[in-house]
Design a protein around this ligand. Structure first.
Ligand SMILES: [Zn+2]
Length: 499
C-alpha cells in the first residue's frame, strides 16, 4: 500500500477537522506515523494494522478506522510530549541529534519552540550541518522554558518537516554544572562552555600589580613558562613570540577561565554516554582576543586534553545583536586570517562566530578565510521575523508588544552588548499600521525588540500572560506566512556563506 494513498484516505475521513503535514509521513512495520494539527494543537497520528499496540505504547487514543483494500486499519493520535519523542527516536534514528565534528555548521535558535520546520526549509540542498536546536541558558531563563522543552520542540519540528539528514543540538553559553547536567540528561550533542565569569576583563598595562598578583597565584606557572616563553611561532608571514610580559598578561586574563572549561569538559566526559561536540566560547569578552592569546588558549586546552571542535573568539570590531558588523571590515578580515591559520596549525578546529544574526558583510569573509572550518550561530533573528509576521497580520497586537518592549528596554538591555539608547528608539505612535513591518528594518527598533523577548513572553497580569498565549495563537493561525518569513531570512544568511 502506498503511503500517499493511505494519507489521502485518512484525509477523506478526517481531513475536515485536521491540517495534515504530508512531509512528516514515515512508516515502520506497516504503521504510518505523521503529524497533523487539530485546532491549535499538533498531534502525532498513527495508522496501521498494529496501531492499537502502538497507540497503547504512545498513550494515544484511537480516533476511528479506515478501510484500505479490504483491510481495516486503525487510526489514532498521541501527544507531542518528550516520552513519545523518545519512542519515535527509537523507531526512527534520524530523529536523534548527532555529531558534527569539523563539518561547516550553522545554528538557528528557536526561542518560541515553533519555527524549526521553517529553519529546516533553509537547509535543504545545502552542504552545511544544521544545529536546529541551539539553546542558550540566558534564553531559557528569559523565556521560562526548559532544556527538555527546547530540544523536544525542535525535534518534533524536524519530524514535521520530514527532515532525515543529520542535525545537532547545542547547549549554548553554559556556565555551570547544573545547566550542563540538565543539557546532558536531555540529549544535547554539543556543549558550548562560556567561562566569561572567570575571564579577568579590563586588565590594562596600568594594572601591572593586578596582573602580577593573578599570575603569581597560578600554581602551574613554571610549566606555563616552559611551554610558551621565548617560543617562536610562525603564522603565515608573521612570527609571534611570548615574552614574559605578554605571557603574564594573557595568563592573568585567561588561565582561570581555561581551568573552568577543563572542569566542565571532564564533567561531560564522566556524565555523558558516547561522544559529543565541544565548543569554548570566549566571544563575550570586553576586548578582542589577540592571536597570541588564541595560541595560549588553544595550547592550554590541549595540554589539559580538552578535545574541542569549535572555538568562539571575541573578534575586533563591534558585534552587536540583530544588526550587521560595525567596524573596519578590512582589519577584521586580516585578523581573522591569522586566527584561521592558528586554528589550522594547532588544530584543526573550527572558529565559531556568535551573534551571527544579520552579519551579512561578514559571512563571505568568515567562511572563506576559515576554509570551511567554521560554525555560525544566529538566534534572535528568527524571533524578529516572528514579530514581523505579527506586524503584518495583527498590527494591534504588534503595537501593544512594541509599547511594552519599549517600556522595559532599559532593564532588558543590561544583559546584552547593545549601544542603542532608549531615547533613540522611536515611539510607535509616529507610524501608521502599514509602516509597522518596516520598523523591523530599523536598527534601533530591531535591537530593542531583539533583547526584550523575555519581558514580552513572560509578562503577566493577574496571573495570566499578557502576550505569550496570544503570540503563539496568532503565529499558529498564520503559520504559512510565519514559516515563509523565517525561511527567507535564514536563506539570506546562508546564501552568503561560501563553502
Ligand atoms: Zn555567544
Amino acid at each position: 500500500m502506498k503511503d500517499k494513498y493511505i494519507l489521502n484516505k485518512f484525509r477523506k475521513c478526517f481531513g475536515q477537522t485536521l491540517k495534515i503535514y504530508d512531509s512528516s509521513l514515515v512508516s515502520h512495520c506497516g504503521n504510518r506515523f505523521f503529524l497533523a494539527k487539530e485546532g491549535h494543537q499538533k498531534f502525532l497520528y498513527i495508522i496501521g494494522n498494529e496501531a492499537y499496540g502502538r497507540l497503547e505504547e504512545f498513550r494515544g487514543k484511537p480516533i476511528g478506522s479506515i478501510e484500505i483494500d479490504g483491510y481495516d486499519l486503525i487510526a489514532g493520535k498521541a501527544e507531542l510530549n518528550h516520552i513519545n519523542l523518545k519512542l519515535m527516536q527509537e523507531i526512527f534514528p534520524h530523529l536523534n541529534p548527532s555529531l558534527c565534528g569539523l563539518k561547516p555548521s550553522f545554528g538557528t535558535g528557536d526561542r518560541l519552540g515553533m519555527v524549526t520546520p521553517a529553519h529546516v526549509g533553509s537547509f535543504r540542498g545545502r552542504k552545511i550541518f544544521p544545529y536546529f536546536c541551539q539553546q542558550s541558558v540566558r534564553e531559557l531563563n528569559k523565556t521560562g522554558r526548559s532544556w527538555q522543552e527546547s530540544i523536544r520542540d525542535s525535534i518534533w519540528g524536524v519530524f514535521e518537516a520530514g527532515y532525515k539528514n543529520p542535525f545537532g543540538a547545542d547547549a549554548d553559553h553554559v556556565k555551570d554544572m547544573g545547566d550542563l547536567n540538565a543539557a546532558i540528561k536531555n540529549g544535547f550533542t554539543m556543549f558550548t562552555i562560556d567561562p566569561s565569569d572567570f575571564i579577568a576583563n579590563g586588565l590594562g598595562n596600568e594594572e601591572n600589580r593586578e596582573i602580577s598578583k593573578r599570575y603569581d597565584s597560578i600554581v602551574e606557572k613554571k610549566e606555563i613558562e616552559r611551554s610558551y616563553l621565548g617560543k617562536k611561532i610562525t603564522i603565515g608571514k608573521e612570527v609571534l613570540q611570548f615574552d614574559l610580559d605578554s605571557l603574564k598578561f594573557i595568563a592573568a586574563c585567561y588561565y582561570d577561565a581555561i581551568k573552568h572549561v577543563v572542569k566542565c569538559y571532564k564533567f561531560i566526559e564522566e556524565n555523558k554516554e558516547g561522544n559529543f561536540d565541544f565548543e569554548v566560547s570566549m566571544d563575550e569578552t570586553e576586548s578582542a582576543i589577540s592571536p597570541l592569546a588564541h595560541i595560549f588558549i588553544t595550547g592550554e586546552l590541549q595540554r589539559n586534553e580538552v578535545n574541542f571542535q569549535n572555538l568562539a573568539l571575541r573578534y575586533p570590531g563591534v558585534w552587536e545583536k540583530a544588526v550587521d558588523y560595525c567596524g573596519d571590515i578590512e582589519g577584521f578580515s586580516k585578523e581573522l586570517k591569522t586566527h584561521a591559520q592558528v586554528a589550522k596549525k594547532f588544530g584543526p578546529y573550527k572558529l565559531s562566530l556568535h551573534s551571527g544574526s544579520e552579519k551579512f558583510s561578514v559571512f563571505p569573509i568568515f567562511s572563506e578565510e576559515t576554509g570551511g572550518l567554521f560554525h555560525i550561530k544566529t538566534s534572535g533573528t528568527s524571533w524578529l521575523e516572528s514579530l514581523r509576521t505579527i506586524a503584518a497580520v495583527n498590527p494591534v497586537l504588534f503595537k501593544d508588544i512594541y509599547d511594552y518592549a519599549l517600556n522595559n528596554y532599559e532593564e532588558e538591555k543590561k544583559s546584552y552588548h547593545i549601544s542603542t539608547g532608549l531615547s533613540s528608539v522611536p515611539a510607535i505612535t509616529r507610524f501608521s499600521r502599514d509602516e509597522y513591518g518596516g520598523l523591523l528594518d530599523k536598527k534601533e527598533c530591531r535591537q530593542m525588540l531583539h533583547v526584550t523577548y523575555g519581558a514580552i513572553l513572560t509578562a503577566t497580569k493577574q496571573e495570566n500572560y499578557i502576550f505569550r498565549d496570544t503570540i503563539y495563537k496568532v503565529l499558529d493561525e498564520n503559520e504559512p506566512v510565519h514559516y515563509r518569513h523565517i525561511t527567507e531570512n535564514i536563506d539570506k544568511h546562508l546564501d552568503l556563506v561560501r563553502i
